[in-house]
Design a protein around this ligand. Sequence first.
Ligand SMILES: Cc1cc2nc3c(=O)[nH]c(=O)nc-3n(C[C@H](O)[C@H](O)[C@H](O)COP(=O)(O)OP(=O)(O)OC[C@H]3O[C@@H](n4cnc5c(N)ncnc54)[C@H](O)[C@@H]3O)c2cc1C
Length: 368
Amino acid sequence: MRGSPLRILVVGAGLAGLAVARALRLAGLRPDVTEKLPPSERPDFGLYLPGNAERALRRLDLDGPVRRLGQVIHRQRFLDATGAPLCEVDLDGFWGGVGECRALPHRDLYRVLLTGAGGAVRHGAEVSAVEPLPGRVGVTFTDGTAAEYDLVVGADGPRSSVRALAALGGPPRPAGQVVYRSVVRDGPAVADWTALLGQRAGFLVVPIGAGRLHCYADEAGGTLPADPKARLREVFSGYGGPVPEVLDALDEVHVELSDEVELGRWSRGRVLLVGDAAHATAPALSQGAAMALEDAVVLAESLAAAGSVEAALLAYESRRRPRTRWVRDRTRDRNRTRDVPPALRDPLLRGRGGRIFQEHYRLLVGPL
Ligand SMILES: Cc1cc2nc3c(=O)[nH]c(=O)nc-3n(C[C@H](O)[C@H](O)[C@H](O)COP(=O)(O)OP(=O)(O)OC[C@H]3O[C@@H](n4cnc5c(N)ncnc54)[C@H](O)[C@@H]3O)c2cc1C
């Protein structure tokens, strides 16, 4: 796009917001980034990144620093609840030519993106009003200050305020699962991405480097337990494989309800939603970060190629819709398999599980 540099506001400094800021900076723009939380350490979560996340990081010129973090994951192993093998996916074979699969601490990726975004985030700044105007957007902050922008990017997560303020959608829909996360030190030795599939529940363990394990578990339901650690021990006490040792080594456990966001449109005037604000899903495919990184790459490319902001936002949405829809639909498919009784499901997975799980990523191996 020709003319004077665009004034852009990115609301939210999570992975999506920072990735957008990075992509825009690479395109020669200097967006403002606001984050409602004060600057503080991010929570101690692990993150698994399938190969398309590394491809997007390469396009953001951040694959170098990320390659030093966490651990490359070569294989996904699916076990039944007792720990007996069901099937495997050879990740190097499947994602070869796209990117390595990696598991790492969330806060390590956050730090790389923060540096890549130029480091300047206005913390404690929340948006209280967003007014799409002809050719620009009026923004008011909760501290009473106001400004006008050529483009506002809402990257403020599944419970996005920008989404509500721009009348793009209401609250997220519960995806029907209680999800638990923890980082375990001094746990068992686990080399691969290893998931134990129970009935209406699952337990995942992934090494994230330096002897640490990222643990993720979910169960069907819609109510948060009062004591998440006790609940994890109750639900998964009968599981085999590495689970008993992981349960013994658990320290802090974070719990939340998984959200899904499905919108008819992602922009109104010059206000655009990206990342979980636009298309959050339950985390079954571990595609949230990859989708956020891809959003950033495609947004910067769309702005560079189009003749106007409005045309760029239309081009952006038409490129991103098929991939995010695919992730949502395959996530729902994968979650539905949880409801099938293991006596029916497990023989099928022993025979064809590797191909079925691989198929869930087929579109994502293709070009952005
Ligand atoms: C249990 C669980 C496990 C997951 N595991 C994985 C995984 O293994 N791999 C993977 O790729 N993804 C995973 N995800 C998803 C992934 O973390 C997200 O999709 C990804 O981080 C993108 O998030 P985001 O930046 O869009 O939103 P968020 O991370 O929610 O960031 C939004 C930011 O905006 C800020 N904000 C909110 N409102 C305002 C406001 N009004 N004004 C200013 N700032 C605001 C918030 O404080 C926050 O910093 C998981 C998610 C869950 C819940």
